[in-house]
Design a protein around this ligand. Structure first.
Ligand SMILES: [Zn+2]
Length: 143
């Protein structure tokens, strides 16, 4: 990936959005182990608005450092946040860029962090992709 990093911390985590509302991701897309729920401060860029940190519970594989977020849940939370802040931003394109350092995220909640220092304590994802779930096959053999 040649894109310049936005966050100042070293790149961390692989990230995928799960676009299937009815699909619960229980297995890691990489290693097939069980994923656990964990809350991450996600760094999101929203067109014509700017940067946002959203605390979001995601599915996580610690071994692969792989995070999966439900797209419809994420967008519902964005809509909820912007209904209060700035309703005309709802529906704009957005990109989930990375995560923020937890300690500084907590400080940000208390209002002590500027936008620059937010990016100082953020890390871009190593990779970002859409989750692709293979359709079930009519087959009786198992791996
Ligand atoms: Zn894994």
């Amino acid at each position: 990936m040649s894109r310049r990093s936005v966050g100042k911390l070293p790149r961390r985590y692989c990230f995928a959005l799960n676009p299937y509302p009815s699909e619960r991701v229980s297995q890691c897309p990489k290693c097939r182990k069980r994923m656990h729920s964990r809350k991450f401060p996600l760094l999101i860029h929203i067109q014509e608005w700017g940067w946002l940190i959203l605390g979001k519970t995601c599915k996580y594989c610690a071994k692969c450092e792989f995070i999966v977020a439900h797209k419809h849940e994420l967008e519902a939370e964005l809509m909820y946040a912007f209904t209060k802040m700035q309703p005309d931003v709802i529906g704009n394109d957005y990109t989930v860029i990375g995560t923020m350092d937890r300690k500084h995220w907590k400080q940000g909640i208390e209002g002590n962090v500027t936008k620059d220092s937010m990016l100082d304590h953020a890390a871009d994802f190593k990779s970002v992709g859409d989750l692709v779930i293979e359709p079930a096959r009519w087959s009786s053999d198992h791996e």
